[in-house]
Design a protein. Structure first.
Length: 314
């Protein structure tokens, strides 16, 4: 069931209900926000069909940032959509046209075998199919429905979020954190920031969240995973949760810095932080299940904090 013509597409990256992209349908035309990986392609093509559209009805693929779980499949997807243009942040566009550096960076984090398993062969996007978001506040005209692209660094320097005035919602990529539906509790969604390597900046991230709040959004469409919030009050509470955790992550990073076992300390401290907050939120899973659900994110957040600490010291 779609609201405001917004269809959530589960890309099946890693597991179900972990990674989403979105198909926005407006008067018989479609726009994707993010593309998932190459393995997501059959699901995106099926979503087009399910929405009653044809591949030639898709005009836009708005890529929030160049990380492979968001944009790794863009090159292959655009080959199946004859009229679609890929909308990219100016810092992301070169990585879509020549993905070699982003693949090398991801390989350094995950290893070659994991890159092949998770992402497949990353295909470049032809330069003539890329539209660069030339300025902060660039508006994509989606068949008369304006989609505003706001520069939102903090998770990555090459990140924009998409404001859809029709639904009064943001498509947030990774800027508004992660929230998995199995962690929903009696107080609503459980949310945490993502500091995955290599461009985490706590102050910039808080400022980006504040910029989005200024639009008084009624909901946030996260890549990981689906919509959170059904009112501005709910979104504002989630933002407060993110601010508190970003501050806590900054402190625990500083506390661990300079120690010989820094990574292990970061993993331990992040695990303790999220378990404590999960208990306070009355998440319906026991500690072991919460830890299992967040294991990958804890590891990546620890690595991202280390990158930030090292960069900050320089």
């Amino acid at each position: 069931m779609s609201q405001h013509g917004i269809h959530t597409v589960d890309t099946a990256f890693q597991r179900n209900q972990f990674d989403a992209c979105y198909l926005i349908v407006e008067n018989g035309r479609g726009a994707f926000v993010d593309s998932g990986t190459n393995h997501s392609l059959p699901r995106l093509l099926a979503a087009i069909d399910h929405a009653g559209l044809q591949p030639e009805d898709i005009d836009w693929i708005l890529v929030t940032h160049a990380h492979l779980d968001h944009a790794g499949g863009a090159g292959q997807l655009v080959q199946h959509l004859p009229n679609a243009m890929v909308v990219a942040h100016p810092r992301a566009a070169p990585h879509l046209i020549d993905p070699s550096r982003i693949i090398a960076g991801a390989t350094a984090v995950y290893g070659e075998a994991e890159i092949a398993r998770s992402y497949g062969q990353v295909v470049p996007v032809a330069a003539d199919r890329v539209v660069v978001v030339a300025e902060d506040g660039h508006v994509v005209d989606h068949n008369g429905r304006p989609l505003l692209c706001l520069d939102t660094p903090g998770h990555a320097k090459h990140h924009y979020c998409v404001w859809d005035a029709r639904s009064a919602c943001w498509f947030t990529g990774d800027t508004f954190g992660l929230s998995y539906r199995e962690l929903d509790g009696p107080q609503g969604a459980f949310i945490l920031p993502t500091s995955s390597p290599v461009q985490f900046e706590p102050e910039a991230l808080k400022q980006s969240i504040a910029r989005m709040l200024a639009y008084r959004p009624q909901g946030m469409y996260l890549t990981h995973y689906d919509r959170v919030g059904q009112s501005y009050a709910e979104v504002e509470k989630l933002a407060q949760d993110l601010y508190e955790q970003i501050n806590a992550m900054e402190k625990l990073g500083r506390d661990a810095d300079g120690k010989p076992d820094r990574h292990a300390r970061l993993v331990e401290a992040l695990t303790a932080l999220y378990l404590q907050r999960a208990r306070e939120a009355q998440v319906p899973l026991d500690d072991a299940a919460v830890e299992q659900a967040l294991a990958m994110d804890i590891e990546l957040n620890a690595q991202g904090l280390a990158c930030w600490l090292d960069r900050d010291r320089r």
